[in-house]
Ligand binder design. Structure first.
Ligand SMILES: NC(=O)c1ccc[n+]([C@@H]2O[C@H](COP(=O)([O-])OP(=O)(O)OC[C@H]3O[C@@H](n4cnc5c(N)ncnc54)[C@H](O)[C@@H]3O)[C@@H](O)[C@H]2O)c1
Length: 344
């Protein structure tokens, strides 16, 4: 069992890694408490919800919008939620993002917790206090910065998770290694089969290391004015691919990272040898590595990305394994790079 404390301008959050959710759920019902989960999880983990009022939402990226949030607000009113109510999001990144946003805005903010149930949510979406929903085709454009009280990472919950979702989670783990730790990257190279098969020791080390890296960055820059932008590595293209082709988030981010890696190599920041090592690791983790892009659609979609600033976009590049930097690229420069990527 491990514990990470995240202390930032947004307050404190405790991440409990390797705990069982059963005991925590019993303690939660002592307070005025409401769960938010999705239909899949409500069906799979019925016992969790028997004694607690539960708001059930639909699955998938298309549900992450203001209609779902409004539905939650009305249910909170019906359930007579007030400022003393605590809300716990039990689910993947989708549930965490929606729960964090709804809880932070209802009555100007209720206390909330996360019990993340996908590997991706355990290492990334539940950590760091960014809670957002989509507006039409604009991803995560409406949101809040606000920390949960605690995040409970229970590895047993991953036993029911489909293999493709496990693979998706490994993409964000590799992202954390690539932006901040070459030693962690080397570890993942050695242990990728064990990570995919959820070997307990490897899983605990990979999740802990990943959360540690993200927490340090969040502590330094909770509201994304500089350093935190590094966590968006792979996301400029990734969000566009998620929107255009409907890839799951982790796969889209993997392909987005490959785009950013190719640009890093083209700008002489990263060696081809390191690029090769990264692609080999993605292959070992069964992540998609074939990047096929439609230039004009991609550029149009990127223009709608919230990471843009005027005529340019903050883009994260690698300058080595475990080393990242944020550069400002104009649309013209980005267009040139996308053109080259589409040719190669
Ligand atoms: N706020 C952040 O910092 C942040 C970071 C990364 C990703 N995200 C967001 O997270 C979302 C993606 O999250 P995700 O990949 O977890 O997807 P998801 O929440 O859509 O879950 C994927 C699927 O797995 C199912 N599922 C979840 N847990 C399960 C379990 N234990 N057993 C069986 N099925 C289970 C869900 O019902 C769903 O169908 C995206 O919207 C992304 O933008 C947010």
């Amino acid at each position: 069992l491990k514990r990470v404390e995240i202390s930032s301008d947004l307050g404190k959050c405790f991440v409990h890694i390797g705990e069982s959710h059963d005991n925590w759920v019993k303690n939660l019902s002592l307070e005025k408490h409401i769960f938010i989960t999705d239909k899949n999880l409500f069906r799979l983990y019925r016992n969790v919800f028997v004694d607690t009022p539960t708001i059930v939402i639909g699955m998938g990226e298309n549900e992450k919008n203001l209609d779902t949030v409004e539905h939650i607000y009305f249910r909170l009113l019906e359930l007579e939620a007030d400022r003393s109510t605590v809300i716990t999001g039990f689910g993947g990144g989708n549930v965490c993002d929606i729960t964090g946003f709804a809880a932070s805005t209802y009555m100007r903010g209720l206390r909330f917790n996360f019990i993340p149930t996908t590997l991706l949510a355990q290492v990334d979406a539940s950590i760091g206090g960014k809670n957002g929903v989509n507006l039409s085709e604009y991803k995560n454009i409406i949101g809040t910065f606000s920390q949960p009280q605690f995040v409970l990472v229970d590895f047993n919950l991953l036993k029911t998770l489909p293999q493709r979702e496990i693979t998706c989670g490994t993409a964000e783990i590799v992202k954390h290694a690539l932006i901040a730790s070459s030693a962690f990257f080397t570890y993942l190279e050695k242990k990728s089969p064990e990570l995919l098969s959820l070997d307990p020791l490897v899983l605990e080390k990979a999740v802990f290391e990943s959360i540690r890296i993200k927490s340090k960055i969040v502590e330094a820059d909770a509201t994304e004015k500089g350093e935190r932008r590094k966590l968006n590595f792979g996301h400029t293209f990734g969000h566009a691919l998620e929107k255009i082709y409907g890839f799951p988030h982790g796969e889209a981010v993997c392909l987005g990272m490959i785009g950013a890696i190719k640009i890093s190599v083209a700008r002489g920041l990263l060696s081809e040898k390191d690029e090769e090592r990264i692609l080999t690791l993605f292959n070992q983790l069964k992540l998609p590595t074939h990047l096929s892009l439609n230039k004009s659609v991609l550029l149009e979609t990127i223009k709608k990305d919230k990471k843009r600033q005027g005529e340019s976009v903050h883009f994260v590049l690698l300058s080595g394994l475990g080393k990242s930097e944020v550069v400002k690229l104009t649309y013209e420069q980005l267009e040139g790079h996308i053109h080259d990527l589409c040719e190669s």
